[in-house]
Structure formats: C-alpha cells, structure tokens
Design a protein around this ligand. Sequence first.
Ligand SMILES: Cc1ncc(COP(=O)(O)O)c(C=O)c1O
Length: 380
Amino acid sequence: MRHISKLPDVGTTIFTVMGALAKKHHAINLAQGFPDFKMDENLIDLVTSAMQNGHNQYAPMQGDLGLREAIAKKFDLLYGTSYHPENEITITTGATQAIFSIISAFIKPNDEVIIFRPAYDCYEPTIALNGGKTVSVALESPNFKVDWNEVKSKINSRTKMMVINTPQNPIGTVFSEADMRQLQQLTIGTDIIILSDEVYEHMVFDGEKHQSACLFPDLKSRSFIVASFGKTFHNTGWKMGYCCAPQPLMSELRKVHQFNVFSVNHPMQKALAAYLQNENRYLELSAFYQQKRDLFLSLIKDSRFKFTPSKGTYFQLLDYSGITQENDVDFAKRLTVENKLTSIPISVFYDTKIESKMLRFCFAKKDETLKQAAEILNQI
Ligand SMILES: Cc1ncc(COP(=O)(O)O)c(C=O)c1O
C-alpha cells in the first residue's frame, strides 16, 4: 500500500534520540525537560481522594468549573486581569494539546504563522498538518534579542498567527516589557492571533517580572495564553494544562477541542482545583529554580564552558566554543557516550543550518544530580 506522508520531513525527535543514547550509555540525562525529584505528595493524595469521591467519569468538555475558577483567580492575583471561567478558560491535555487545537482551529492552507527560533518543536509540524506555512524569525546567540524590524518585514496579508514563548525554551530568555509593547504595536489593527506559550511563567529569575500577553490590553484581545500544570507542579507525566482567550476566540478553540479529546482527566482536575487554592505553590517556584540554576552555575564557574545565566525556564545554555569546534549534535553525542552526560544540541531548534556551539542542560534535577553533572563538565 502506498501513502503520502503529511509530515515527510518529521523524523524521531532529538529528545527521543538523546534519551535513548543516555539510557544505552548509562549517562546522566539533563536533556529532556522534566524533574528527577518527587512531586508534592499532597497533590497525589488529592487525586486519590477525587477518585474515591467518585470523580471517575467524563469531566465537562471545557474542564471542571472549580479548576477554571481557580485559574481565573490566579490571573486576577498575578496580572490583575480577568478571564471568565465559563467561556474564556479551557482545560487541556497538557500545553501540547492546547497548542495543537489552537493552531488547528484557525490555520487554513497557505496561512502564514510567524515563530521565533530556536523554537519548541511542536509548533511547526502542527502548522504543517493544517496546511499552513511557518515563517521563522531567527534569534541569534549570544543574546537572542528579537529584531522587531525583521518581524515587521515578515508580516503580510497572509499572516494569520504569531507564536511567542516567554520564558523561551530552549534558550532561557524572556521577552521584556519593551518587547511586548513592540509586539502589540505591530499587531494593532490586524487580525493576527497570538499564541502565547507561557508554560514557564512561574520560572523567571533575578527579580524580573513575567510579561504575560494578558498584561497588554490589545495583545490580550487577540491572544491565547497557554499554560502547563506539568511544568509548574513537577508532574510532566500527568499532561495537564489549560488555555485562556477572549470568548470569541475561545469558542472557536472549543469546537476543535471537543472532537480532539472532548474532556480531560477528571480526578486530576478536581485535585488541581483544590491545590491551586494555596498560591504559594506556584509563587515559590521561581526562587526554587533560581537556587538550582545558581547551584549548577556556581559548580561549573571554573569549567571551560561559558554561559549567560538563564533568565527563565529550567534550562541553561552552555557555550563550548572554547573546548572544541565540533558541531553541537556530534559534541552532545560524544559527551553522552564518552563522558556519560546528556544534553540537547541547539541547532535542531532552527530550520536553517546554523553554526551553534551551544548545548542545553535541564537543571530541574536533584542537587546531587547537578553536582554529578558539574563534576563531569569540570573535567572536560
Ligand atoms: C515551550 C513549551 N511549550 C509546551 C510544552 C509542552 O507542555 P506539556 O507537557 O504541558 O504538553 C513544553 C514542554 O517541554 C515546552 O517546553
């Protein structure tokens, strides 16, 4: 039987490749973005209670109302802005499903979507599956600043959507207030939808403030904010997330969501609704991860790797240009095989060939794991 692939250029992701290599060579795996420490037992207990209390059948399509109300309260507390729990918040199967459904709800063949590279890997295939065209704006090391004139030059009548990701995976940068104002200025008066991937909103360091798209009135009116409980509460395996948008946008999203998953894990929604009542559970996250970042960087400060401290996310880029001129994929593989430490090469997050001498390390790890990784890096 012959078939035509809808995604002919998509192969196995770098996360799978590096994860398998780490396993084969018994390497410390700082490649994929997940914690190696335990999540809060209280949240597990809340899920158990929810199951024992009978919340084992389909949840409402939009999500549990109590959870949507808790999310609305969080937006009010953090950003002084409101989303109506009834028709402006939807619970999703992780951020990934929200992204898939948002793009699918709006992108038609030949529509253009602007993304900033190096970009998280699910945006482009989803745009392609819907017949859209990805238009890339490359952010370049060392500071990965956005050239807003370049963005402007790429906007045209076919531009339907822009995807932003602040704090940004894999580079650990954040959009400043000035960046967000530039974005608002460029999109004002257009029909461009913003997909604002804010899954690392609670991991912003050095006293900086997370610049959510919802803080800027015109941006808010055209934005979906996408969030991930997995990132925030150390349980990426649960695949729980949500998105928020003004009602006219949200009602389109729900048309896709209801036929994509229909509804999301019910006991976990009940548990998260109760857990969110204590805001310290997310307010303390930036300090928690800043301590991990600082520990990791203090341990490798005398190594031959160079770095600019990550401003957000739980990723740190290390520049190895003072060590070898190998390309980043080869070097990442060699580090795994010979030194037993796995990372992710940055070049794979671009669509063009770039000369990267940077590797991404995840510091969402126990202190002892970070110490072991640092010992290896110090020997290279
Ligand atoms: C930028 C970004 N967006 C979305 C996701 C996916 O989040 P989830 O696991 O909730 O689907 C990730 C996960 O690594 C990510 O880094």
